[in-house]
Design a binder for this molecule. Structure first.
Ligand code: S3P
Length: 176
């Protein structure tokens, strides 16, 4: 099993980069948000609104546990809050190589200011919320990352190339 797992705050490009990376590595792409939506037969926003965030967070942990039972190798994009729970960070470490796509709050704001699919950003001052959430979450993302890529001001191609290069270096180091 040699999964590559993408973590990082909302809007950092986990899905967009993940899909391209999956072509590059010839490993199927999975997205924990999509797996949860499929299981619940509804959207993330609807889950937050009807069942609450705690329910959703438990679904994330269950989802990672399910993925650990998979035999194949995948590229896996995670929801932006998944790495916050300690148990999840431990499980992600077992699941594969963790790549953290680090992003500045201003970039997130620009990318998501017209987005309606992120329930946690339905607030008066989204930039302030994004800024404080990133500050709070950064240590968790950093703690479980094998590779950290700064994504601001980079094209998806540049990010992709940097990830592939870093993964190869890691593999070589692990083999020697
Ligand atoms: C969340 C991020 C979202 C989704 C949910 C909660 C978070 O995923 O899981 O809205 O807590 O940061 P994306 O990072 O794919 O937007």
């Amino acid at each position: 099993m040699s999964n590559v797992i993408l973590i990082g705050y909302m809007g950092c490009g986990k899905s967009t980069v993940g899909i391209r990376l999956s072509y590059w590595l010839k490993q199927p792409f999975l997205d924990t948000d999509k797996l949860i939506e499929k299981k619940e037969k509804t959207t993330i926003t609807e889950i937050f609104d009807t069942k609450g965030e705690a329910y959703f967070r438990q679904m994330e942990t269950d989802c990672v546990k399910e993925l650990l039972k998979e035999k194949g190798s995948y590229v896996i994009a995670t929801g932006g809050g998944l790495a916050v729970r300690e148990e999840n960070r431990r499980l992600l470490g077992k699941l594969g190589t963790v790549v953290y796509l680090r992003i500045r709050p201003e970039t997130v704001y620009e990318r998501l200011k017209n987005d309606t699919g992120r329930p946690l950003l339905r607030t008066e001052d989204p930039l302030a919320k994004i800024t404080s959430m990133i500050k709070e979450r950064s240590p968790f993302y950093e703690e479980c990352a094998d590779v950290i890529i700064d994504v601001d001001d980079k094209s998806f191609e540049q990010i992709l190339r940097q990830i592939v290069k870093n993964i190869r270096t890691l593999k070589k180091r692990r083999l020697t």
